[in-house]
Design a binder for this molecule. Structure first.
Ligand code: AMP
Ligand code: GLY
Length: 423
């Protein structure tokens, strides 16, 4: 089978490595992929948002199955276009991807169907939002409606910060049309959990839970990033909480999307906060998380392609999704300075990986036989083990063997999770 994967980050590298475990897979194409993914897939320079280019590639290369991973092509309707051209696809339609594409849509959905989430108000006018914030309490959470490269959320500690965030988003349009509407949301507290799930619109099968580390610096300080590391499972996500989330969040969301005529098929990502008043939805994503996927898929025991085909065909059942009992840790190596200014173009030397190790490359380009860093987040060093403690030790041991000039990593990935296990 010829498989096409759209995207070019560490998450896509993890998806590709999992898909390749299936013996039926003969060829994997990645559009655009990257210099590290090139070791596992044939990469072609077609942008993930170039839908015409993608459809043209898929039909001329007679692709048997396509996996669309990033948010923007999903929201633009990449799956609809490929399916209309006769290419079976894993991923939601544009009508369903709106659950991530518009935070106003998803907030209204949760309100309408009684799915627990932060209280909020929607604004299309900056002055009204500012007047509302003036009367409100802090911290307050301000969210641009549309996609904003993961940067559209501001936690304002006081009115001055809130006002400048509103002006940047709504007047200066730092995220373009994504800032035409905003949400002002109640600030929630509690441990955060990421739960990726497979759903065919009828059945929802959660994957192993995970914990992201979004801030740039140790101790959860510094700027928000795309994610500096992950662990799975998330120790705060107990069986009792999982059961509650299934009943109050996962199934109600899938049913709500059906009721709206927007059946979701694909990977539905629940960003949850375990508040003192119970689990609440912080965000939905219409896709695999990055870098959550890098710890979730290495723990998947059953076959990813079989699951993805069942999702598309509407025949998903919980028994095709099996995870091994252990734990996984991903330590991201970034270019020093990320998420602000950084230098790249440095040669990366990679060690051989052992059976319980993986290196998923996020930002690299090929130059002859060498691979050079080409992005903020360069790669993830991943280890699986029977215990979280050993997975963390293993991921750091692997990370220490990877070299490029100006490599930066957090030194405390998994620390909070390990502490929670001891509580
Ligand atoms: P998002 O882009 O929606 O994932 O938001 C980025 C981060 O902002 C989340 O991972 C949370 O840490 C934080 N966040 C978002 N919404 C809230 C909220 N209502 N209360 C507290 N923190 C939030
Ligand atoms: N790691 C968070 C995300 O993928 O949006």
């Amino acid at each position: 089978m010829k498989i096409l994967v759209i995207g070019g980050g560490g998450r896509e590298h993890a998806v590709i490595k999992s898909l390749k475990k299936n013996e039926r897979v003969t060829t994997v194409y990645a559009l655009p992929g990257n210099g590290g993914i090139a070791a596992d897939a044939e990469c072609y320079p077609v942008k993930a948002t170039d839908l015409d280019g993608i459809v043209n590639f898929a039909t001329t290369h007679e692709v048997d199955f396509a996996v669309v991973t990033p948010d923007d092509p999903l929201v633009l309707g990449c799956v609809d276009r490929l399916e209309a051209s006769g290419i079976p696809c894993f991923g939601p339609s544009a009508a369903a991807a709106i659950i991530e594409g518009s935070k106003v849509f998803s907030k209204n959905l949760m309100k309408k169907y009684g799915i627990p989430t932060a209280e909020s108000e929607t604004f299309t006018d900056a002055e009204q939002a500012i007047a509302y914030l003036k009367r409100g309490s802090f911290p307050a959470v301000i969210k641009a409606d549309g996609l904003a490269l993961g940067k559209g959320v501001v936690i304002a500690q006081n009115f001055a910060e809130a006002e400048s965030a509103v002006r940047e988003i709504m007047c200066d349009k730092v995220f373009g049309a994504s800032g035409n509407s905003i949400l002002v949301e109640e600030f929630l507290t509690g441990p955060e959990v990421s739960v990726l799930s497979f759903t065919d619109g009828k059945t929802v099968v959660p994957m192993v839970s995970s914990m992201d580390h979004k801030r740039a610096l140790d101790g959860d300080r510094g700027l928000n990033t795309g994610g500096m590391g992950t662990v799975a499972p998330n120790p705060y996500y107990t069986e009792a909480i999982a059961k509650e989330c299934m009943e109050t969040i996962f199934l109600p969301t899938v049913r709500a999307m059906n009721a709206e005529g927007r059946t979701f098929k694909g990977c539905l990502y629940f960003g949850l906060m375990l508040t003192p008043k119970g689990p609440k939805v912080i965000e939905y994503n219409c896709r695999f998380g990055d870098p959550e996927t890098q710890v979730v898929l290495p723990l998947l025991e059953s076959d990813l392609l079989t699951i993805m085909q069942a999702v598309r065909e509407g025949t998903l059942s919980p028994d095709v999704v099996r995870f091994q009992k252990g734990a996984a840790c991903c330590v991201v190596l970034a270019s020093e300075g990320y998420p602000k200014k950084y230098e790249s173009g440095y040669e990366i030397t990679l060690p051989q990986t052992g059976e319980n190790e993986s290196i998923f490359v996020a930002g690299a380009k090929k130059e002859g036989d060498r691979i050079l860093s080409a992005g903020g987040r360069v790669l993830g060093a991943v280890a699986t083990a029977a215990s979280l403690k050993d997975a963390v030790t293993g991921a750091y041991a692997l990370a220490e063997k990877i070299h490029f000039q100006n490599a930066y990593m957090r030194k405390d990935i998994g620390k909070r999770a390990l502490a929670a296990l001891e509580e």
